[in-house]
Design a protein around this ligand. Structure first.
Ligand code: SAH
Ligand code: SF4
Ligand code: F3S
Length: 445
């Protein structure tokens, strides 16, 4: 199958999981465009190639994805030349199991195999290799295809792969391998290219961006603060990054953020828990006191910065008093929003073997309490925006109502407003009239 003499194949990528997966799906689309496989805007029923880019961070994610893979069997029966590939984190973890459970899948590629994707699609289309599985983490990579980006306003840019932290609940280090940073020159070139292509915003991605550069050879830029400073000098409208790990967030980075022109006033800083005993058992490498001090420093340096976080409820050994401590800390810090998760046992991680697992019932009751509290806090903090004029990067029409458009503030608050003449990718000013838990509503001024 060659780009110049084959019929164009229609590609559909279904992406699950975190922003890293979204970013990689865009790179896969880029790599496949080079062999004449072009994204299909409509439903999967029209696709010639379906890729499922998977996540396995929680059991619920895996179940959902296995369900989706099962659904595709009917499509394959209707159209035997349909190519189905499963890639990403769950593919890395499950490998051959996927083929066993779903023989209608043509190939399974792990997290370090974007470089192999085009060859896997080509050989499946020529019926050369059926049931091909490659989950070798030691060779491969992201490849150098230009990503086909979904958003017209904001570009995802991976700056590193993998994770070395081994939080005891987490599967990511096992399915993504050891931490590896991309050279700064490559990242800056990608930021410049995104800017030249009209993107107003970039988000730099990694599992722990604060440890960027640790394994790079001596260059001009070998830490995250220097990378952010260099990104700032490119002049791109907005710079975001995630995820920051509290144990590695440096004073230098805080200072760099404070001095920067383009870095957004938002920090996603997963706390996971607040009881020191739990944090220790999670192997997070910091205490509640350290986290509190960090937040103080950040707020002193960047007043009114929005803080968001991730929290796990029901980690093994979490007692009523630990949970009470978590609620009190959430109240004390005042996060703008929080992603809250029920602890999910991941086979192979240390915490899965911890003795004192919390019952589902207790976990769910605690999660509900935490969400209720967080929603109240989010609303209260959003209400502070009422009457203020905010700068918004316009994203486009909202899903529910084409007359209502959306955009985001520097703090990453979603803003809804009645559409005038503004176009996606432009900045405009909105006066906020109403605050809700998840959104701000206003009018263009
Ligand atoms: N590298 C990032 C994000 C990793 S996954 C970080 O360190 O913050 C995103 C979130 O999923 C984590 O922050 C954590 O809150 C959650 N998570 C990871 N493993 C989990 C598990 N076994 N059960 C429930 N939530 C989990
Ligand atoms: Fe998982 Fe911890 Fe690594 Fe984040 S830092 S990916 S939570 S092991
Ligand atoms: Fe999921 Fe992999 Fe991201 S497990 S959260 S898609 S790194």
């Amino acid at each position: 199958m060659k780009a110049n003499n084959m019929n164009v194949k229609k590609l559909k990528i279904l992406s699950y999981g975190c922003q890293m997966n979204m970013a990689e799906s865009e790179r896969m689309a880029g790599a496949l465009a080079a062999i004449g496989c072009m994204p299909e805007a409509d439903g999967i029923e029209n696709a010639d190639v379906i890729l499922i880019n998977t996540c396995c961070v929680r059991e619920t994610a895996e179940e959902k994805i296995y369900g989706k893979i099962g659904e595709l069997k009917a499509y394959k029966q209707q159209n035997p030349s349909l190519i189905i590939g499963v890639i990403g984190c769950m593919a890395q973890k499950e490998g051959q199991n996927i083929i066993r459970r779903a023989p209608h899948v043509d190939f399974v590629l792990g997290t370090n195999k974007i470089t192999e994707l085009a060859a896997a699609v080509e050989s499946a289309s020529e019926h050369r290799r059926r049931h091909f599985v490659d989950t070798d983490l030691t060779a491969g990579g992201m490849g150098d295809a230009t990503p086909l980006r979904e958003s017209k306003t904001a570009a995802w840019i991976p700056i590193m792969q993998g994770c070395d932290n081994f939080c005891t609940y987490c599967i990511v280090p096992y399915v993504r391998g050891r931490e590896k940073s991309r050279p700064a020159a490559e990242i800056l070139a990608e930021i410049n290219a995104a800017q030249a292509a009209g993107f107003a915003e970039v988000t730099l991605l990694g599992q722990n961006v604060n440890s960027y550069g640790k394994n790079l050879p001596q260059e001009n830029i070998t830490d995250f603060a220097d990378l952010i400073a260099a990104a700032d000098r490119t002049g791109i409208g907005r710079i975001r990054f995630m995820t920051s790990h509290p144990k590695d967030l440096s004073d230098k980075l805080i200072l760099t953020m404070a001095k920067s022109e383009h870095v957004c006033r938002h920090l996603h800083l997963p706390v996971q828990h607040a009881a020191n005993g739990i944090l220790r058992k999670m192997n997070r490498g910091y205490t509640k006191e350290h986290y509190r001090e960090l937040v103080q420093k950040i707020r002193d340096a960047v007043p009114n910065i929005a803080l968001t976080t991730d929290i796990i409820v029901g980690f093994p050994g979490e007692k009523d008093e630990d949970f009470a401590e978590l609620l009190a800390f959430v109240e004390e810090i005042g996060f703008d929003s929080a992603y809250t998760f029920l602890y999910s046992k991941r086979t192979g991680t240390p915490a899965a073997a911890f003795a004192d697992q919390v019952s589902d019932e207790t976990k769910k009751a605690r999660l509900q309490k935490l969400m209720d509290l967080q929603n109240k806090i989010s609303l209260k903090l959003n209400e502070k925006f009422v009457g203020r004029r905010v700068r918004v990067l316009v994203e486009g029409a909202s899903k529910n109502d084409p007359a209502v458009w959306t955009g985001r503030t520097s703090e990453n608050k979603l803003v809804l407003f009645a559409h005038g003449n503004e176009q996606a990718g432009e900045f405009c000013d909105v006066k906020i009239e109403k605050a809700q838990t998840w959104v701000l509503k206003g009018v263009i001024v």
